[in-house]
Design a protein. Structure first.
Length: 178
């Protein structure tokens, strides 16, 4: 084998290995800017909601709670809170509009004076847990932009695979294997 054939063969293997190593990283970075982030079991102490002085079981529905990752700026219109679930300390889920009100654009919620909320908020443990999806600061809010970023990894893999196959084909042709 000549030095040119060996060089092509080495370059084909290096290109193939490089493509395999980089494809995962490129896909992961693409997903970071095109996928929602999930907040799981974010704790909110709702002791102020239980209206003390009445009978310690009524709910003061005027208190608003703000989520840690509430949308601000462009996110309030382009990327509101989604998949919101509110549960008590026993993991019993509350029902939207019946037990709580959500403003997904502002990232806030208020509890409603309902029998479920009153029964689900024992005085001993006044925590509720919010689970929801939100957009990170680096989220790409343009739909077509997310599509392009997600396609880049696939096209990169095809380009590296094509270059490797082309080099392997060239080596096979020069050595008379084809």
């Amino acid at each position: 084998m000549s030095l040119g054939i060996v060089s092509k063969l080495v370059l084909a293997f290096v290109t193939l290995i490089l493509g395999v190593v980089l494809i995962g990283t490129i896909a992961t970075q693409g997903l970071l800017v095109t996928d929602y982030t999930t907040a799981t079991s974010e704790v909110h102490n709702v002791l102020p909601t239980i209206a003390t002085g009445r009978n310690d079981s009524d709910v003061n529905a005027t208190i608003t709670y703000t989520l840690t990752n509430n949308p601000a700026g462009w996110k309030s219109t382009d990327c509101p809170i989604t998949s919101f679930v509110l549960a008590n300390s026993s993991a019993d889920e509350f029902t939207l509009t019946t037990d709580y009100l959500l403003d997904s654009d502002a990232g806030t919620f208020t509890l409603v004076n309902s029998a479920t909320v009153i029964a689900g908020l024992p005085i001993a443990n006044n925590n509720t847990y919010a689970t929801y999806n939100y957009c990170g600061d680096d989220y790409l809010n343009l739909g077509w932009g997310r599509t392009i970023v997600n396609l880049i990894g696939g096209f990169f893999a095809l380009a590296i695979l094509g270059a490797s196959l082309g080099l392997f084909y060239s080596v096979a042709k020069e050595t008379g294997m084809l």
